[in-house]
Ligand binder design. Structure first.
Ligand code: PGA
Length: 248
């Protein structure tokens, strides 16, 4: 069975209680989407957003979790707590976390394990910098990140991969279709080689996905959806991306 395509939105450090009105607008316009729809708001908005999910039409997720279930870690949130608030997913290893909080592949893998133990699906992010792409290291960098960030307990059910070139995030620039296809094929092959059932993993593209390029990106082989930042904040834009994925 083909995996269900996933339109995932990452609100990052944007949005407030008033912004939850966008969820109503999104679900009014797309009451029965033809793909899975996920929003990952700031942690404070997870619980109220779950209250607007209309019985699970919308899935809600966190943007990060700690590797431990509880303890003396001021300011952190555990996957268990995310689950308790109603989250079904958590993004781990986003390039902004890797850069701002010095998270390495081992830390990302530990967070993914914590998510799986809590019963949450991890969305594990990988991506090359512009300097790495310019120097021809993209495939080596992505291969190494997949090898070290994806834990042995990963399955097609508990793990989603997001390929997000760092230089494409928030810049309006995207790789060519061939470049996206090349990296997604590498990730697919690595997952099949390691897990056997790797064909079932969903692999998202992320980085400046918007209504105007979504149709084209969703037609690329091995692209099973998108992780969307800026364009997920407005119901009209994200709704157009949901519609494009539903029709792909
Ligand atoms: P963007 O962000 O869509 O604003 O480029 C993507 C992401 O960081 O997940």
């Amino acid at each position: 069975m083909a995996p269900r395509k996933l339109a995932a939105g990452n609100w990052k450090m944007n949005g407030d209680l008033a912004a939850l009105a966008e969820v109503d607008r999104l679900l009014d316009a797309h009451p029965e989407p033809g793909c899975e729809v996920l929003l990952c708001p700031p942690a404070l908005l997870i619980h109220p957003m779950v209250g607007k999910s209309r019985g699970g039409v919308l899935a809600v997720g966190g943007q990060d979790c700690h590797a431990k279930a509880s303890g003396a870690h001021t300011g952190d949130i555990s996957a268990v707590q995310l689950r308790d608030a109603g989250a079904e997913y958590v993004i781990v290893g986003h390039s902004e976390r890797r850069a701002d909080h010095a998270e390495d592949d081992a830390a990302v893998s530990a967070k993914a394990v914590a998510a799986h133990q809590a019963g949450i699906v991890s969305i594990i992010c990988v991506g090359e910098t512009e300097a790495q792409r310019d120097s021809g290291q993209t495939l080596a960098v992505i291969g190494a990140q997949i090898a070290a960030s994806v834990p042995d307990c990963a399955t097609a059910e508990n793990t989603v991969i997001a390929y997000e070139p760092v230089w494409a995030i928030g810049t309006g620039r995207t790789p060519t279709n061939d470049q996206i296809a090349e990296v997604h094929a590498l990730i697919r092959n690595d997952l099949v080689a390691r897990f056997g059932d790797g064909a079932g993993f969903r692999i998202l593209y992320g980085g400046s996905v918007k209504p105007s390029n979504a149709v084209e990106i969703f037609a690329i082989q091995n692209v099973d959806g998108a992780l969307v930042g800026g364009a997920s904040l407005k119901a009209d834009d994200f709704g157009a991306i949901v519609a494009a994925l539903s029709a792909a």
